[in-house]
Design a binder for this molecule. Structure first.
Ligand code: HEM
Length: 404
């Protein structure tokens, strides 16, 4: 595998030689000499004030993995996060995970399946679970107060083998093989220090995080992400997503990520009438407009009775829930067929970023108890992670936590 290069690298080199690198919404888009834009060549910046993969324009594909640390020394954990940061920065730039790929008597440092593929807007977002802050690494006194295991919530039917984890890696990209490659190579680098606890593939985004993106549809066929926090809502992000003075220094500009694997009872949903489906969500299925309104972007009319008391959007809306807003960034999934039930095992891998996981808990308590949607869904796995602030060149994720 001598001289491994990814096509993105070649394109970047070509752009440097006479092409044009332009920035659109924080995304570095590389163009060739002919002015043609190669969408797959776009690179999301790895080094920034906040970790990428949160307000980043939502990519089409997800590969998420949670790991448990099996090493016993804090230095091993610190070194791993250093190596992971370096490899992630390289892969997000469209480069191989490691540079030594041509020594015949050694395994290559990159597994090879992304060679020739463009960067595909890959982002890698790292998180730390509450279980990392036990007494194994002397971190018990450094756990941010907001980072606690989620309490039992109404309607939970959790599989603990697919929940929790010491560390999280969220890889998003417009090409599934690029996202897979990122997780696989980080797992390979971590061998001996971490073991993978669970992983989840997502095949279609269920949210928008920028205004120029069309609202996608979830597997229930409804537009999802209409009333999400967008990347240009600076004040809302500061209030609802990014941590501030309440967090330790290494968490400044960070956030908390909650993941919920939510199985949809698709067969029951498919037998529900259109009217029932719309009353359950509180929006119409075609346009995505709030019931009683005409257009998707019309505000919810909660004074009118068009939206039932137990409709999902009525219960989830900030005006009725005490002002809570989350940044949702989930993906549709299918894990094939459930032979016990004879049904597809599919649904929404819900991911939300918020300044304090307690806000998710308060909202889910309300939804889990009253939401009409509960007839058609089951929460089957759950996890929470602290997502440290952005990574500067030459530093590693959570460096302040492990070296101070
Ligand atoms: C499979 C499960 C779920 C489905 C199918 C679903 C679907 C939807 C749909 C179709 C909308 C309307 C469009 C939009 O504004 O995005 C919506 C809105 C929303 N959902 Fe969900 N959702 C699910 C789970 C959850 C969970 C677990 C939470 C949080 C605990 C949540 C929080 C919200 C919020 C905050 C809104 C925006 C409400 C507003 O301000 O109008 N959803 N959801």
């Amino acid at each position: 595998m001598a001289g491994v290069t990814r096509r993105g690298l070649l394109t970047t080199a070509a752009a440097g030689a006479g092409g044009l690198a332009v920035g659109i919404g924080g995304t570095e888009l590389v163009r060739g000499d002919d002015g043609r834009t190669d969408a797959g060549a776009a690179i999301e910046p790895f080094h920034a004030e906040h970790q990428a993969g949160i307000v980043t324009r939502a990519q089409d594909r997800l590969h998420f993995a949670a790991f448990d640390v099996v090493a016993e020394r804090r230095e091993d954990l610190r070194d791993l996060l250093g190596e992971w940061t370096e490899a992630a920065a390289r892969m997000c730039a469209g480069r191989p995970a490691g540079s030594d790929n041509d020594t015949p008597l050694l395994p290559p440092q990159d597994t090879g399946e992304a060679v020739g593929l463009p960067p595909s807007r890959l982002t890698v977002t790292f998180g730390l679970g509450p279980s990392l802050f036990d007494d194994r690494f002397g971190l018990a006194g450094r756990r941010p107060g907001a980072l606690r295991p989620l309490p039992p919530l109404p309607g939970d039917e959790l599989d603990h083998r697919r929940s929790g984890g010491d560390l999280a890696v969220q890889a998003c990209a417009d090409d599934p093989q690029v996202a897979f490659h990122a997780v696989r190579n980080l797992a390979r680098i971590g061998r001996g220090v971490v073991v993978m606890r669970w992983s989840q593939l997502g095949f279609g985004r269920t949210s928008t995080t920028t205004r120029d993106q069309a609202t996608p549809r979830n597997l229930m066929g409804f537009k999802d992400g209409t009333n999400n926090i967008r990347s240009d809502e600076t004040a809302a992000l500061a209030e609802h997503v990014w941590t501030g003075g309440e967090a330790p220094a290494w968490m400044q500009g960070g956030t908390y990520m909650v993941t919920r694997r939510i199985r949809m009872l698709i067969e029951a949903w498919d037998r529900a009438t259109l009217d029932d489906q719309e009353q359950t969500i509180g929006r119409d299925k075609g346009e995505g407009a709030p019931l009683g309104r005409a257009l998707e972007d019309d505000p919810l009319d909660l004074g009118a009775r068009a939206i039932p008391a137990d409709a999902h959007v009525r219960l989830a809306a900030p005006v009725t829930n005490g002002g809570i807003r989350l940044l949702r960034r989930g993906y549709s999934f299918t894990d094939g067929f459930d032979p016990e039930l004879g049904q597809l095992d599919a649904g929404l891998f819900f991911i939300a970023f918020q300044r304090d996981p307690e806000r998710f808990v308060a909202l889910q308590r309300r939804l889990g108890a009253h939401d009409a949607l509960n007839e058609y869904i089951k929460h089957t796995a759950s996890a929470v992670f602290a997502v440290p602030g952005g990574i500067r060149p030459g530093t590693s994720v959570a460096q302040g936590l492990l070296t101070a």
